[in-house]
Design a protein around this ligand. Sequence first.
Ligand SMILES: Nc1ncnc2c1ncn2[C@@H]1O[C@H](COP(=O)(O)OP(=O)(O)OP(=O)(O)O)[C@@H](O)[C@H]1O
Ligand SMILES: [Mg+2]
Length: 365
Amino acid sequence: MTTISLKNIVKKYGDLEVVHSINLEIKDAEFIVLVGPSGCGKSTTLRMIAGLEEITAGEVMIGTRVVNNILAKDRNIAMVFQNYALYPHMNVFNNMSFSLKLQKVPKPEIKERVNNAARILNIEELLNRRPSELSGGQRQRVAMGRAIVRNPDIFLFDEPLSNLDAKLRTQMRVEIKQLHQRVKNTIVYVTHDQVEAMTLGDRIVVLKDGRIEQVGDPIELFQNPVNTFVAGFIGNPPMNLIDGTITKNGENLKISFPDGFKLPIPDKPDAKINEGQPIVMGLRAQDIFLEEGSNDIPEDWKFDAEIIVTEPLGSETYMHLDVGGLKITGKCEGRRVVHPNEKIKLTFNLNHLHIFDAASTKSVY
Ligand SMILES: Nc1ncnc2c1ncn2[C@@H]1O[C@H](COP(=O)(O)OP(=O)(O)OP(=O)(O)O)[C@@H](O)[C@H]1O
Ligand SMILES: [Mg+2]
């Protein structure tokens, strides 16, 4: 059972506190992703779990054992970094078996473990090559192989794919996911790329400025972001986030935008919004689409709009739109050809409307 538990973890460099009392329970065999912008404390947190960085305050537990004072080499953890630095003068087999030789593991067992890892990673043919004779993706796999042969309880990854080109990254993502499905170790994976986080993680931890903003599975974070930061960070393109004010129109609450545009707010029992409140409206591009005569959408969720710029991606096209002065991004099916300056009728699916309080940035609807 390899659970990891972070209890009020603090990291200070001198007087500068960079990780502020983080609490997190990681389950056995869970694939957890730490994601956030540069400098938010992802690597520092990972390195405290690994034992490469002293913990200023709080407790790290692996399984039932507090590991604060246990050396990195005694935590049975394998870490794969962005700069995986293979030994250039050794072939793949020797690179992968190096740590086992140091541990004086018997030769036949070394051979078996390396071959096993090579099979998992599909690099059996490459065992006699040197790193200079490998592609970037193959080198990355060797670096992972080096970690796998050690048979660790926990894998820690720190942006392992950021040196690879986009296509290779997509391919390696699938391989890492398959690896996890096969070996079922606990994995903590750091990235600043929200797509990587969404595609890999069983759960995602969104960090900002050394604090956890939200923890949840990918779809939970996408559908129910707790604040504007998570709403804007998770999902591509980012959620439309637009300043407005709650106003009243007879009995019904609406959102009024500075340029005069108004949006109805569907009734919701647990909404914490009041007339006059400054808010940020959130709606994803996928919920703003061409009106095609769909019957189950109320008439007052349909608006005249003008297309400003189109971004065709093949499977879908993003449309940068002007809706009565409101600048917003919508989406249409890739085969539907749309043009700049085209006047269109739009549907806003307000069943997926988000409202955040402008002052606290927290979700209030
Ligand atoms: N040795 C150090 N001394 C002082 N400050 C440090 C040290 N190492 C990191 N920091 C600071 O701690 C904060 C967190 O750094 P960390 O490396 O954990 O960020 P990160 O989230 O991994 O960012 P990136 O995505 O750029 O790798 C940053 O503000 C960084 O400047
Ligand atoms: Mg980092």
